[in-house]
Design a protein around this ligand. Structure first.
Ligand code: MN
Length: 198
């Protein structure tokens, strides 16, 4: 029996004759596991948080974006696995397509798995299944420990993204406002949209 294609939902939702989004993994992944946070100006502005796990990008939509303040819990809604190539996707998804709107690479870098049980490292896949994932981000804007924790509300699965209390925590810092532009191109959302319309 073959394992179900993890990108099935990703492919089903999109028409690749229309969208500039990547179809699959063309670039191979070497070295440390990576993450990306994409700012996505769709029907409502949100941030898409993606962690490289098991050859795909495990994904959550975060309406308010990440916080540096450990007392702030940010709602995170799981979305379909994305191909690894999505990690540097920046551009405009055309009107009428799934997720139509401008996408920016707001932050990217590597991460470390911090999940441990009885001194043994718990693989990321299992931590996600169990609904509690601890990791350390080494991004350009975000650094430090974060936890993604699954919770149940009205029979639907919701997660929370929470900054851990460590030396990188800083309630006075708001990179969403202070550093709004792309780490790939330095562009704002408006500039990305304008460039695509030329
Ligand atoms: Mn999105």
């Amino acid at each position: 029996m073959t394992k179900e294609d993890p990108l099935k939902d990703y492919h089903k939702k999109r028409n690749f004759d229309r969208t500039p989004e990547p179809f699959s993994n063309q670039k191979s992944s070497k070295g440390k596991a990576r993450f990306v946070i994409q700012k996505h100006d769709a029907r409502t502005l949100h941030y898409d948080f993606r962690l490289e796990v098991g050859g795909v990008l495990k994904s959550w939509a975060i309406p308010k974006g990440p916080s540096m303040d450990p007392s702030e819990k940010r709602l995170a809604i799981p979305t379909e696995d994305h191909p690894l190539d999505y990690i540097d996707f920046e551009g405009v998804i055309p009107e009428g397509s799934y997720g139509a709107g401008t996408v920016m690479v707001w932050d990217t870098g590597t991460y470390r798995n911090l999940n441990k049980k009885d001194d043994e490292i718990v693989p990321m896949e299992r931590a996600i299944e169990e609904g509690h994932v601890d990791f350390w981000l080494e991004g350009e804007k975000l650094k430090g420990g974060y936890a993604l924790i699954r919770t149940a509300r009205k029979d639907r699965k919701f997660w929370l993204l929470v900054k851990m209390k460590d030396d990188e925590a800083d309630a006075g810092r708001n990179p969403l406002v202070e550093q709004p532009e792309s780490v790939l191109s330095g562009r704002t959302l408006d500039e990305i949209a304008e460039d695509e319309n030329e």
